[in-house]
Design a binder for this molecule. Structure first.
Ligand code: S3P
Length: 207
């Protein structure tokens, strides 16, 4: 069973230009590197990393494969919704979500409102290669993994596109993906800050 990963790292979040008030959630298809990149991103920002699949496994005391086999996908999605709601805490963390989580309307709404959503967008060849390393994904057991991933991409990519930030991932080093996320996160935070300043009530007193 995948173990829950909660990594407390004490280094300060020096690489962000503005304070982070929300968690960062990583979304994307299976094999896009949400866990690997998420752990590195968390380490770099001095935040905890949590993985929704690992937390579901822990709560259910079953692997994701077992949950799908025994109870079906619908029950898995119900558990996923509950676990993600619990994991979105007031303290910013990096949250790695399962590939289908953002497709659930309630989960998507919650993630978009309460976290900075980051889509790790990868090309299918890369996903096929990465997912072939482990047999832990029930959806890919149902047929040809490449065809399944292509179908899922067609359906999901327009929805993943609703994420606040999109970062391309591929065969390159994870470090580059992490740096790209931080770069775009700084742009996002700068924009949010500007919006807040504009929305703040004007001080009409004359000096
Ligand atoms: C799923 C992705 C998996 C896991 C489950 C369903 C999906 O997570 O949640 O097998 O629907 O795409 P990863 O994206 O971490 O592999």
């Amino acid at each position: 069973m995948k173990r829950a990963q909660k990594t407390k790292i004490k280094s300060p979040s020096a690489r962000l230009r503005y304070p982070l008030t929300k968690s960062i959630s990583l979304i994307g298809l299976m094999g896009s590197g949400k866990t690997t990149v998420g752990l590195r991103l968390a380490r770099k920002l001095g935040l905890d990393f949590v993985d929704s699949d690992a937390e579901i496994e822990l709560a259910a005391d079953h692997t994701v494969n077992e949950i799908f086999e025994k109870y079906g996908e619908e029950d898995f999605r119900t558990g996923e919704r509950k676990v993600i709601t619990r994991l979105i805490s007031d303290t910013p963390t990096v949250l790695g979500t399962g590939g289908g989580a953002f497709m659930d309307p309630a989960t998507r709404k919650r993630l978009r409102e309460k976290t900075v959503t980051v889509w790790l967008k990868a090309d299918i060849d890369h996903l096929v290669e990465r997912t072939s390393r482990r047999d832990t994904r029930p959806l890919l057991r149902a047929g040809n993994p490449e065809e399944i991933l292509r179908k899922l991409a067609k359906k999901r990519y327009p929805v993943y596109g609703q994420a606040a930030i999109t970062v391309e991932t591929g065969a390159g080093p994870h470090e580059k993906v992490v740096n790209d996320i931080i770069w775009k996160l700084n742009q996002y935070l700068a924009k949010e800050r500007k919006k807040q300043t504009q929305d703040a009530p004007k001080d009409n007193r004359s000096s």
